[in-house]
Structure formats: C-alpha cells, structure tokens
Write a protein that binds this ligand. Structure first.
Ligand code: BGC
Length: 751
C-alpha cells in the first residue's frame, strides 16, 4: 500500500503556482502531478452505467477499453432495488479499480423534469426520494471497492438545450423539495468522494461559481467532505469558482486558469486560505485514490455479464398483459420475432456515458436459445415479410423503440413518439394477429396511448445494457417474473406534463413555473388520467395488502418525531415474485399548495406463492414537511396526514389518516400582517380582544368582528384597517400591540 500523503505538510510546501496547478487537471482525465513533492496524478473516467476509460491516445466516444455495459439509470431505477444498485456499483467499482481509475463519473441524480430531456436515460427518476435512495446505494457500492464516485450534475441540470449557458429559474422551495433532495440524500447517506457541478446557471449564477450551492448548502448544511469537480468545460471565471467552492476544473485550461488563480491571490481578490482548502481537498482525493491502487485486482467478465442480465431483468416493467405473457410455447409451435431491434438491440444511450461492451446478447439469439425444443423462431425486420410471419405464427413478439438518433446527451427530444414506420408495422401486424406482444427499448418515456390497444402485452425494457437480450427472453418466456416499477410517469400525451409550457425555455432562461408539481405530483394534483402511473408495474403473480398500522413516537416539538407505517403483503398468486411496497404521504390541511401525495418510502419484498411478509417503513418530521420560504426552513404544520401504501401512486391499497402535532410556525406579527393573520395567532387575537373588546359570543367587538366584513377585508393589513374611520384602533395603539406580541414569541423556530 502506498504511503499516505501528509496533506497539511504538502500544502505548506507547495508554491503558489503549484497550488494553482493542482486545482486544474493535467489533461482530459488526470489530476495534476507535482513530481517535486512526489504527488502523483490520478485518473477519473466516465460512467455511470459502465466504465468509459478512453483507450490510450483516443478521444472517440466508442473507443474506450472494453467494460461491462450495465443497464442505464433509467432502467436500474425501475428495479426500485437498493441491493441491486449496490451490487452493480460494486461491480463497476471493481472494473474501475482494475483499470486504475480513481473516480467513476456518476451517478446522475437529476430529476426528470420533462420526458423530453435528452439525458433522461442517465437519470433515475422524476421523484427525488427514489433517485436519492438508489443513487446512495450505487455510491456505496462503487466506493466499497476503493474507487470514488462523482455525484452529478449539481444542480438543476434538467435539460440539454443550451445546457452550457441556460439559467434555470427556480424558486427555493422547488429546489429544496424537488431538485436538491436526491443530492442531499446521497451526500448524507454515502459521502461520494466528489460532486460534479453542472454547466448551467441556477437563478443567474453559473453552478460552478455558486457559493450558496457549493459551499453553504453542499458543505455547510449537508456536511459534504469531498471535492467538487466541474463538469467538463463548466468553468468561466476560475478565481470566482475557487471562491465559491469549486475545487477541480476539468478539463484544464492550462496556462490560463492557473495563471488567473495566481494573479487573483497576488492582487488580493482571492484569499490564499481558500485556495489552500481547495488544494487540500484535491490532495485528499489523490490520497484516497492511492490507498488501493497497488492492488488493482481484476474482475470476472462472465460474472459481470450475468449480473448485467439479472439487473436488466429486474429493471423491465410489464406495463400491460392480457394474459398472453409469459409465452407458453410447445413443440411444433411458431414464434415470430419482428423488428430490427431484436437483431441489433439498442441498449445504451449516446454521449459521454457510451460504453464499449465486453459482449452483447441479442433478443433474437436469446429467444432462440430459450424456447422449448421443437419451437420454431423466425425473424423479420419489417415490411411485408413481417406481416406474413405474424399471420402464420402462434405467438408474435415485436421489438419497438427509439432510434439512437432520437435521444442523446447534448440535445433534447421535441416529441415523445415512436418512429411512425414502427407504429405502421404494428398496425399491420395487429390486423393479422390478435395477441401481439410488444417489447420496448428506449431511454426516456414514449407515448403509448395512441397504439397500446394494439398490443396484448407491453414490456418496457428501457436501455438495459449489454445483457438486455437475455433478460427480455427470460421475462417473455417466463424463466423470470417481471418485478420492475415505473420510476417515471408515462403520460397520455406530452402536453399533459407540467413543464410543457416552460420547456426548454428561451433567451438563455428556463422558468420552472410548475414549481414542486413535477411528474405524478402534477398529474395527481390535476386529477389527470395517465397511460401508466408512477410506480406501476405488473407481475405474473398477484399481491394482497392488509393490516395497515401507523404508530407514532416522540414529538416534533422535541425534535424526535418518528412514525412507523406497517402492513402485510401476501403473494396471492401461483408464482414467486417481488412486490415493491410504496408509501405515500399527503398533507390535505396544509396552508400551502402541496401535491396530494408524495413518495416517502418503499421496500421490495420477494415472496414465494402464499408467503406473507410484514413491511415496516419509517417516517420522520422532514417527510411530513414542506420548505417555507417565509421562515427559510422546513415546516411541519399540525394536522391530519394521509398515509397510503400500495402498488403504485394510483393503486393505493390501504389508507389511513393520522394526526401529527407540531408547534405553530408563523412569521412575527407586524403592522403589515393581515387581520386574518392576527386572528389566527393566539397572542395576536388576545391582544386585539383586549383593545377592541368582545361580543357576548366571543367575537371582536365592532366592525372587525363582523363575520361578513371579515370575509371581505380579512386579508387587509392591520395598518390599513387602523386608518379606517369606523375601526376603533389607531396607529399608535397598533404599534403598541405589535411591540406587545413581538415579545411573546408567537413565531417559533422551524423544525
Ligand atoms: C458530461 C459529464 C461527463 C463529462 C466527462 C460532460 O460533457 O456532462 O456527465 O462526465 O462530460 O466526459
């Protein structure tokens, strides 16, 4: 094992120029060495779903060293399986370590704000809890092998259009509730070695120069201990970026950025102490990387391929099934396999995550290998030949999906449709065969509402890695039971998605006008029908839910509130299978607009036929809270909360209501507080009563007690009302009241 670096000692010995050089890479993929002091360079390389280590001297995207291509994040997320994510992470870590790569550049936990984002295949979900849990498991897995990760792209990088410049205009509540929590969860649960800042601006400031994001939120609030690296080419003002908390610029603008840093320190614009902290973080990363590099180990190519196959199996979502699946074929029967994607599968996306796979299984070969003896499997790419095969066949499977040109890093889609020629072929095949099975390969959701009535069964396989062909054969033929669940809604049409009116923005700005209403949060608030809801996925077995119980411990006032939600799930069908129990929480009595329900926990349980399991899921105060911009913190308002568990966001099997108490949180009363706000505040109402008197039935005496008038002028500021002729309150008295109630602590600190 290499000698650990003496980080503080080295920082003292480095010259200013050497320090500046360490805050940049030395080439596209390496940190800068300082040979004089024995500081080596370490290497970073893309992920996230496979290692993309460029072969020596190559920068072409398809020419990296061979590596296992695991399912993309969009696929893996549909497994809802944290253990699987950890296992895949471990395998990725092994492959990176074998190639002496110190940091794998992933996972990406950006929220799927719009189904059009060209990089949705690289992201997990429209839901921050799901994305955060899965991202954390992935990071734990990779880092268990002595290899770091880079949690990306921080933050509000939810589109590719104008990605290097666009400003995401997003209010703080929406950031806190939707776009930041997945990052927060991964940081607090798994401490990734690095976080990668995004290209875009957030509310007008480049993420690479965003002090609030990189230092106040990431380090000071969440306790991030690692290094912040720029996305490749995301730095525009190097000294400002160092001051904001960005440690490493990649790739380096050699001779430019380092000179600017030196100059900024010399002319007093950048505190050298801040630069020293940055340098210390780079050295710590190098130190962490060196700890294991003497022993690169190796990996078992076959075992990783098998893991990729299992992962792809768990990631597929059975959207629809009239009973045709699993296919039950026997000697003498004919299976028609249609569509070029069966022979030449699409299993990963384009751009920096493109892996050079160790091998590729095709669905066609794997179906041929998997059918019972005597079953004839014939193939047609399309055209007239395909219709004829279908007419004669006992079973028909069509492979449809998005072409590579439809989705990629670097641009967004403009529609959600499958290619017209594929749908035409489906029409014609469905006209001659009434039980067509469709298997889909696409990295982001496609509209199905216009054609899925033509399919007897629909299996969404996503872009599922190099072993996707074997996985789909296992599922279609019943060697495995589908257990994936949608990590994103499939809407009826693009125009139903909440970001539709504000995507992808214009003139350098994109307004997140839909606020916290993203994905199912919007569809549910609008009570809108969807094709397949968030969390949906069928199985070859069935599951029953019973015995919902909610217990409460501690209290919000004391800061130790805990709710335990328990239910029993039973496999009531004939096959072994896995159910994903989903816990949603709603806050119908809250004073701000909230989604009707939000995912706050989930558990995947594997059950044999007839077997039951008790599932416990825990909630804390944060799970019940919203971000209040008025108080600048998380607020839990006392009231009844709706607790539901079920098999999807729209298939809630058990529901109950539970009351949770909490101290009242409100901004301090002042002259501009409204009459309603004064009356809602116990000390404010008491003070008004004392001054104005009360009627026999307890209302305020005079004009301010009239229910009819209060309904009209209750939202006027008290200072306006104090000037009205018929109100028995003058401004001097109001000032006294304000002074009196402000001493009473009517506002309590947020939980
Ligand atoms: C991408 C990152 C990637 C980096 C290095 C950038 O263009 O946004 O996700 O890690 O390139 O290839």
């Amino acid at each position: 094992m290499s000698e650990p670096l003496d980080v503080p000692g080295l920082v003292e010995q480095l010259t200013l120029e050497e320090k500046a050089s360490l805050t940049l890479g030395s080439d596209f993929w390496h940190t800068a060495p300082v040979p004089r002091l024995g500081i080596p360079a370490v290497m970073v390389a893309d992920g996230p779903h496979g290692l993309r280590k460029e072969a020596e001297g190559s920068t072409a995207l398809g020419e990296s060293v061979p590596a296992t291509c695991f399912p993309t994040a969009a696929a893996l997320a549909s497994s809802w399986d944290v253990d699987l994510l950890r296992e895949v992470g471990e395998a990725l870590g092994r492959e990176a370590r074998a190639e002496q790569v110190a940091v794998l550049l992933g996972p990406g936990v950006n929220i799927k704000r719009s189904p059009l984002c060209g990089r949705n295949f690289e992201y997990f979900s429209e839901d921050p809890r799901l994305a955060g849990e899965l991202g954390a498991a992935f990071v734990v897995g990779v880092q268990s092998q002595g290899v770091g990760t880079s949690l990306k792209h921080f933050a509000a990088n939810n589109q590719e259009t104008d990605r290097a410049r666009v400003s995401a205009e997003v209010d703080e509540r929406t950031l806190r509730e939707i776009y930041l929590p997945a990052f927060e969860r991964v940081v607090t649960l798994a401490q990734p070695w690095t976080v990668m800042c995004s290209y875009n601006k957030v509310n007008g400031v480049y993420a690479s120069q965003h002090h609030w994001l990189l230092t106040e939120v990431l380090r000071e609030e969440w306790g991030f201990e690692g290094l912040v690296v720029s996305d490749w080419g995301a730095v525009h003002d190097r000294p400002a970026a160092v001051a904001a908390g960005l440690d490493l610029e990649m790739p380096p603008q050699l001779g430019h950025s380092d000179a600017l840093v030196v100059e900024a320190v010399r002319n007093g614009h950048l505190d050298e102490a801040v630069l020293d902290e940055t340098v210390a973080r780079v050295l710590s990363l190098v130190d962490d990387a060196l700890a294991d590099q003497d022993d690169p180990g190796g990996f078992d190519v076959d075992a990783h391929h098998e893991l990729a196959r299992r992962a792809a199996r768990e990631s597929a979502v059975l959207l629809k099934n009239d009973g045709v699946l699993p296919l039950e074929l026997h000697d003498g029967q004919r299976l028609a396999v249609l569509g070029e994607l069966a022979r030449d599968p699409r299993f990963q996306g384009a751009g920096s995550s493109r892996v050079n796979p160790t091998r590729v299984d095709t669905p066609l070969d794997q179906l041929r290998a998997g059918v019972p003896p005597g079953v004839e499997v014939s193939f047609a790419e399309g055209g007239d030949a395909a219709v004829e095969l279908a007419r004669e066949a006992d079973a028909v499977v069509m492979f449809l999906g998005l072409p590579a040109s439809a989705e990629s890093e670097g641009f967004d889609r403009t529609h959600m449709d499958l290619p017209a020629e594929q749908l035409e072929l489906l029409e014609r095949v469905a006209a001659v065969h009434d039980r067509v099975v469709v298997a889909l390969a696409n990295g982001s959701a496609v509209v199905t509402s216009t054609w899925d009535h033509r399919a007897a069964a629909l299996l969404e396989c996503w872009l599922s890695g190099q072993a996707a062909g074997g996985a789909v054969a296992d599922l279609l033929l019943g060697a495995a039971n589908p257990c994936g669940r949608l990590a994103e809604t499939i809407p009826l049409r693009l125009a139903d998605t909440a970001s539709y009116l504000n995507f992808p923005g214009e003139l350098g700005r994109v307004r997140y006008g839909e606020g916290v209403f993203v994905g199912y949060r919007a569809h549910d608030r609008l009570d809108q029908p969807v094709s397949y809801p968030f969390g949906h996925g069928l199985s070859y077995t069935t599951f029953d839910y019973a015995g919902l119980e909610v217990s409460q411990d501690g209290s919000h006032a004391e800061g130790d509130l805990r709710l335990r939600v328990s239910c029993t799930v039973t496999n009531s069908g004939q096959r072994a299978g896995a159910e994903v129990v989903q816990l949603y929480v709603g806050d119908p009595e809250v004073s701000v607009a909230r989604p009707p329900r939000e995912l706050r926990g989930f558990a995947r349980v594997e059950l044999a036929p007839g077997e039951s399991a008790r599932v416990d899921l825990d909630l804390d105060a944060r799970d019940l809270s919203f971000w209040s911009e008025v108080v600048g913190g998380w607020v839990l308002e006392a009231g009844d909360f709706e607790i539901s568990v079920g098999a999807s966001s729209r298939d809630l099997r058990l529901r109950t209501t539970t009351y949770v108490d909490a101290p009242r949180v409100a901004p301090p009363l002042g002259p501009m507080s409204s009459l309603e706000e004064w009356l809602a505040d116990p000390s404010g109402a008491a003070a008004l009563r004392q001054v104005l008197g009360t009627t026999d039935d307890g209302r305020l005496a005079g004009m301010l007690g009239s229910p009819e008038l209060v309904s009209v002028i209750g939202n006027f500021p008290m200072s306006t009302l104090a000037g009205f002729p018929t109100v028995d309150l003058d401004h001097a008295t109001l000032d006294e009241l304000v002074a009196r109630v402000s001493g009473t602590g009517s506002a309590t600190s947020p939980g």
